[in-house]
Design a protein around this ligand. Structure first.
Ligand SMILES: Cc1ncc(COP(=O)(O)O)c(C=O)c1O
Length: 394
């Protein structure tokens, strides 16, 4: 791990604890879970607050008269950064809202099969379950084997699609196992079978270079508050041209039938500042890190180094081939910790060592997930590994 840390060209004063004053994180924080909620640069929080204060100063003019054009500008700005067609891109509060809006826009009937991955995000699993209970449709989860094999996954998903499906929900980067699936090629193949594809890209904006308008999907939902540097409450839904007329926001408001952006952008009074600040937040992160590619290379190298160090120390096998590597890494826990109650262990672990890290049980493996960002402190990662070993040897 030290080699990764020492070899990086990103200045040391921007990394780990030395750079923490640029972030809103508490100076004493040992924050190793960027993947769940992200973390904001102070600059970005100040920018969002300026938008929020502008509204507070003159609500009527800002919201009734100017909001729509400001949101249009922000939407075009975000579309340009994600390589998307602005006409098909809308802001949502989070990936959950975006995904449920799609689930409720797609007509489902009794017996229709909806295919998703066995590592689907649990809230998405629950949204699908609820929709299936209401319509009589049937969720079909495709098992994901570990160590991850993208070719095997592709075959397994396509076999379920060919067995008949009305919708496929495809994770681009899985949550608990932190794996990048072959989603771009798979989505194209699923679409070619005539099955609509909803890509759960919650972790993708900021992590992967995107030119959304060149990719095949029906809907792509992506959070901006995880890896794209934006305030909490900022996400996007990108909708293919042929789906725009039939895609509606989850909440019905004044403009629900006046096209995609009016339907999604006014769903009752709310705080729009996370959306308005999103394009600037993207630029702040890009500038701070010396460019997205520099940041991504640093994150992946850190994730790989962590995988090697932890699997060796824990005596376990990596689940992550290089092609599936992301800025997060899930590593199987030592044998003696396999099968533990994850949530209980997370809390005990936090109380004992001061690390609040997510643990997951997936495909018969209990694993810990660590995220790598510029605020991640090498000493914290090393201390986490030692703390896990101390628990395993108890
Ligand atoms: C793969 C995946 N999908 C969806 C979500 C939901 O994101 P949110 O809570 O922002 O709606 C998450 C959150 O971590 C996720 O990891």
């Amino acid at each position: 791990m030290r080699r990764w840390w020492d070899d990086s060209q990103i200045p040391l004063e921007l990394r780990g604890r030395a750079g923490l004053h640029h972030w809103s994180l508490a100076p004493e924080s040992r924050f190793l879970n960027h993947g769940s909620y992200g973390a904001r640069l102070r600059r970005t929080v100040a920018c969002q607050q300026r938008y929020a204060s502008g509204v507070e100063a003159d609500p009527m003019r800002m919201l009734t008269d100017q909001l729509e054009s400001k949101l249009h500008e922000a939407r075009c700005g975000m579309a340009q950064r994600l390589g998307a067609d602005p006409e098909g891109l809308v802001f949502c509060e989070n990936a959950s809202t975006a995904i449920e809006s799609v689930l409720r826009s797609v007509p489902l009937r009794r017996g229709d099969r909806v295919v998703c991955l066995g590592h689907v995000y649990n809230a998405v699993r629950q949204a699908l379950k609820r929709r299936c209970l209401e319509t009589g449709a049937v969720p079909v989860e495709v098992p994901v084997s570990l160590p991850f094999d993208s070719v095997a996954l592709e075959h397994a998903v396509l076999a379920e699609i060919q067995a008949g499906a009305s919708l496929c929900i495809l994770d681009a980067i899985t949550s608990g196992s932190a794996l990048r699936t072959p989603w771009t090629s798979l989505a194209a193949k699923i679409k070619a079978c005539g099955v609509p594809v909803l890509v759960d890209g919650a972790h993708v904006p900021g992590q992967d270079p995107l030119v959304l308008r060149e990719l095949d999907f029906d809907w792509f939902a992506g959070n901006l508050h995880k890896w794209a540097g934006a305030p909490l409450g900022a996400a996007v839904l990108s909708v293919a041209p042929e789906r725009r007329e039939q895609t509606f926001a989850l909440l019905t408001s004044h403009h629900w039938d006046e096209g995609l952006s009016r339907s999604f952008h006014w769903t009752g009074t709310r705080d729009w500042s996370p959306w308005l600040a999103a394009p600037e937040a993207w630029d702040h992160m890009e500038e701070f890190s010396g460019g997205w590619e520099t940041l991504r290379a640093y994150q992946r190298a850190g994730s790989k180094a962590l995988d090697e160090a932890f699997t060796m120390a824990f005596g376990t096998q990596s689940i992550t081939p290089d092609s599936a590597r992301t800025a997060m890494c899930s590593v199987p826990l030592p044998e003696s910790l396999q099968g533990i109650d994850c949530l209980k262990f997370e809390h005990e672990f936090d109380q004992r060592f001061g690390f609040r890290v997510p643990m997951h049980a997936l495909s018969d493996q209990t694993m810990v997930r660590v995220s790598i960002h510029l605020h991640t402190e090498l000493e914290d990662i090393l201390a986490l590994g030692e703390a896990i070993l101390a628990c395993a040897n108890k």
